[in-house]
Design a binder for this molecule. Structure first.
Ligand SMILES: Cc1cc2nc3c(=O)[nH]c(=O)nc-3n(C[C@H](O)[C@H](O)[C@H](O)COP(=O)(O)O)c2cc1C
Length: 208
């Protein structure tokens, strides 16, 4: 299994770089092949297709997530190459978690509406060098990745028409509808998700 940590920081050897080295080391000790890459907004991100997990992280400076990572979404082709990837997010910042989750995380999540986000974490200045907090982030990440792989293996198949219907739904709803439909199909013993099955599921759920 291969993971890449895409990050940005204005501080060489700062808290973000120390944190990603710890995350990388723990992932490598768990048997993953790990690479890290510092973002340049306009770089070519086609290399992310080689990786099973993409971890995105950066500090916040003056209320904005560090510019090269954000720029990779806004000016570069990162968003295109992240399609269907399992991702994990972290930020390093001085703002309390509850506020950072409202003001800063969405700056990244808005670009990841159709991705499966395995874990997200805001590291405050103490946590970014706290072995327990970092270990817990990595453990959660690996557990969520395993779960997502198992559920995909168990997954039923989608007919072409059902898949077209799913893709016509706004992106931010697709992942939710996909997992609800797959859960319904597995519970009811369907091997294939068809338009008819989706209509039956919708009617049944509407009746509840
Ligand atoms: C110039 C500057 C601006 C900052 N602005 C914010 C901010 O707006 N919100 C916040 O929560 N933290 C802010 N911080 C705190 C940093 O996000 C935090 O210290 C982070 O860990 C720095 O990462 P680095 O060591 O990789 O640069 C700021 C830090 C600096 C140096």
């Amino acid at each position: 299994m291969k993971a890449v940590i895409l990050y940005d920081s204005k501080t060489q050897g700062g808290s973000t770089e120390v944190l990603i080295d710890s995350i990388g080391q723990l992932l490598a000790e768990s048997g993953l092949y790990v690479e890290k890459a510092k973002c340049i907004a306009t770089a070519d991100y086609s290399f992310v297709k080689e990786f099973d997990i993409v971890i995105l992280g950066a500090p916040v400076y003056n209320f904005v997530v560090s510019p090269q990572l954000l720029g990779a979404f806004l000016q570069g082709n990162l968003k295109k190459h992240l399609k269907k990837k399992r991702v994990a997010l972290f930020l390093t910042c001085g703002t309390p978690e509850s506020m950072a989750a409202v003001f800063y995380l969405p700056q990244l999540k808005i670009h990841l509406l159709t991705n499966r986000i395995l874990v997200e974490k805001i590291f405050n200045p103490v946590e970014s060098s706290d072995g327990n907090a970092i270990e817990s982030f990595v453990d959660d990440l690996l557990e969520q990745y395993e779960r997502s792989v198992v559920s995909r293996k168990r997954s039923v198949i989608w007919s072409d028409e059902a898949q077209d219907l799913l893709e016509a739904v706004p992106g931010f709803l697709q992942e939710k509808i996909r997992s609800m439909a797959e859960e319904y199909a597995m519970k009811k013993g369907y091997k294939e998700i068809t338009v008819e099955m989706l209509e039956t599921a919708r009617d049944e759920m509407g009746e509840k």
